[in-house]
Write a protein that binds this ligand. Structure first.
Ligand SMILES: [Zn+2]
Length: 321
């Protein structure tokens, strides 16, 4: 049966149901390849869904200890941005979490302006009060920015949370200076584990994820808005191995993501004790497979660095902005 879809992420209106997980169906646009749910609560009331995304006092998503690992990953993320855009002076991170990447870019990599957008109240307060960052607490589409303000705009695991990705990419294109860079990372709907773990794929996360991308559909989206893809790979130290591991363990044991839920402060399940040996045995296998898939189109994430097309003729002396 074809479920009526309330929110279609593109203008094509030609889509078909490709998967059904209980009450939620996934649809694929037959023109541009975007995969989407279209009926999630996160579309209807994003404020209510995301307000508790980060926890109360410290605005941390994970338990003590894991937090330090997360901060290390944010440092690597800042380093990655710096290697892609070493001469940039201004950056905006859409969905900036608690702001650690921006903080590190300012502190260690000479970025003069580091702005973030975040709608989770606790994360906003932490970023402003503890890290002293410039944070906008509205949806990007509602902020009256002047055009051509930023050298770099980043979106780390944000685009899949949006019901209308085209509108955001269009706005971002306006905010970037000419030849500005857009760096996006999202889960890869064509990942090797998604193909067989289906509903157990960790990145499915249907409570929060509204739109899913393949390397082709994300590239097409960026091209529609005047970007040229400059770099692409499908490996993330932070996401790839753990996503593969948890997805395969959940699939083998036909259970929920108990270990991941526990790491996020959820209740401890005795099933986790049974899952630990599987995690240990499968870790090196998943690491090896994900590294081998680095430049393929089948890793767990898609990381794309794209450049906004240049409109005017460059000055011969222009190196960086
Ligand atoms: Zn479409």
């Amino acid at each position: 049966m074809h479920t009526p879809v309330k929110n279609i992420p593109c203008d094509h209106l030609m889509y078909k149901e490709i998967y059904r997980f209980g009450a939620t169906a996934l649809h694929r646009c037959e023109a541009c390849g975007l995969v989407f749910t279209g009926n999630s609560q996160a579309v209807v009331a994003p404020g209510a869904v995301y307000d508790k995304y980060y926890r109360n006092e410290t605005a941390a998503r994970f338990d003590f200890g894991i937090e330090y690992v997360i901060r290390l990953f944010r440092f690597f993320r800042a380093f990655k941005v710096f290697t892609i855009c070493p001469c940039a002076g201004s950056i905006m991170d859409v969905g900036s979490g608690r702001g650690f990447m921006l903080y590190y870019l300012k502190k260690y990599y000479s970025y003069k302006r580091a702005a973030g957008i975040q709608i989770s109240r606790n994360a906003v307060e932490f970023s402003r009060n503890e890290l002293g960052l410039e944070i906008f607490d509205k949806d990007l589409l509602e902020i009256p920015f002047k055009n051509a303000q930023f050298d770099v705009i980043t979106m780390w695991h944000v685009l899949e949370h949006l019901a209308v990705p085209d509108e955001y990419i269009e706005k971002i294109s306006g905010l970037l200076k000419e030849r500005g860079k857009l760096i996006i990372e999202v889960p890869n709907f064509n990942s090797w584990t998604r193909m067989f773990t289906h509903m157990h794929w960790l990145s499915l996360d249907l409570k929060y994820h509204l739109t899913f991308f393949t390397p082709e559909s994300l590239t097409a989206l960026l091209k529609r808005h005047g970007f040229t893809v400059e770099a692409f790979h499908t490996f993330s130290l932070e996401y790839s191995v753990f996503t593969s591991l948890q997805s395969i363990v959940s699939w083998l044991t036909k259970s929920d993501h108990d270990f991941f839920t526990w790491l996020q402060g959820g209740k401890f399940s005795f099933r986790i004790i049974l899952h630990v040996p599987l995690f240990i045995i499968l870790s090196p296998v998943c690491l090896l497979i994900n590294i081998l898939l680095y430049f393929s189109k089948s890793g767990e994430v898609i990381l794309i660095a794209a450049e906004k097309k240049q409109i005017t003729v460059p000055s011969p002396l222009q190196c960086c902005r």
